[in-house]
Design a protein around this ligand. Structure first.
Ligand code: IPE
Ligand code: IPE
Ligand code: MG
Length: 243
């Protein structure tokens, strides 16, 4: 889809994946606790989803908590989970206005029961909405996702429901948490870090990567447009051929 933004015609990526990073450093710079950074970071997610939806983006997939993030201090993990609770609750009131659909990927079995209830309620409330699909990656790790998929594929083979000769790439993709959406066109990672940190390893095979030094809580609509402009400057290739 093309869109005119401030007199400039830009192709809008259908799916943007985001590694939101730098909340802790943003807070530290201000002499504040790390969880203050996570709170501001949650507000930024809300704002950027709205902006992305307005620009015509169909899917946003944000990395909110990784399978490795449990290693952080108990205080920080509890703080993040509380912010998540608040965030999911406030989404309930915004969902109608924003026409958002909210989904979660990752291993939900380790999340608190009340958080799982909120996730199910949000999905139920929003599943018929036509706007942007926001996917929140929670207790998500790509290797964990692939491991869980392999387990389910093996069970299907063992039960006689899947012939190993029929395991194509598309079959594997259909067992991943992301089965309902296309692969990301653009990945954004903030805060100057340039690694994947176990995010969407399968799905990012042909994605364009955009890195910025901006800390996530400072990320604005203009930064999003910069990322989209960068995406427009790329010549996408899939094994040597243009799209
Ligand atoms: C990203 O910000 C948010 C989460 C991983 C939950 P960080 O908390 O990683 O912030 P930095 O990288 O320490 O600045
Ligand atoms: C990646 O950020 C995970 C999330 C954004 C949720 P981290 O800050 O945890 O990643 P590393 O440890 O710097 O690779
Ligand atoms: Mg970080």
């Amino acid at each position: 889809m093309e869109k005119e933004i401030n007199g400039e015609r830009l192709t809008i990526p259908e799916h943007i994946a985001v590694i939101l990073d730098g909340n802790g450093r943003w807070a530290k710079k201000r002499g504040m606790p790390r969880n203050y950074g996570h709170m501001q970071g949650a507000k930024t997610v809300e704002q950027i989803c709205q902006d992305a939806g307005d620009l015509g983006v169909k899917y946003m997939t944000v990395y909110a908590f990784s399978t490795e993030n449990w290693k952080r201090s108990e205080e920080e993990v509890a703080g993040i989970m509380n912010i998540l609770r608040q965030y999911l609750k406030s989404f309930k009131t915004h969902i109608k206005r924003n026409l958002l659909t909210v989904r979660v990927i990752g291993d939900r079995s380790k999340l608190a029961d009340d958080i799982n209830v909120l996730i199910d309620e949000l999905w139920e409330m929003s599943k018929d909405n036509q706007g942007l699909t926001l996917t929140i990656a929670l207790n998500y790790g790509s290797r964990d996702e692939i491991t869980r998929a392999v387990r389910r594929i093996s069970a299907a083979v063992q039960e006689g429901n899947l012939n190993p000769d029929n395991i194509e790439e598309s079959v594997i993709a259909s067992y991943l948490d992301t089965a309902y959406m296309p692969d990301p066109d653009l990945l954004i990672r903030t805060s100057g870090e340039q690694r994947l940190s176990n995010y969407l390893l399968w799905q990012l095979a042909y994605t364009e990567f955009y890195f910025t030094d901006v800390f996530w809580p400072d990320f604005t609509r203009d930064d999003l447009i910069d990322a989209i402009r960068y995406f427009n400057g790329r010549e996408r290739r899939y094994g040597g051929v243009r799209e």
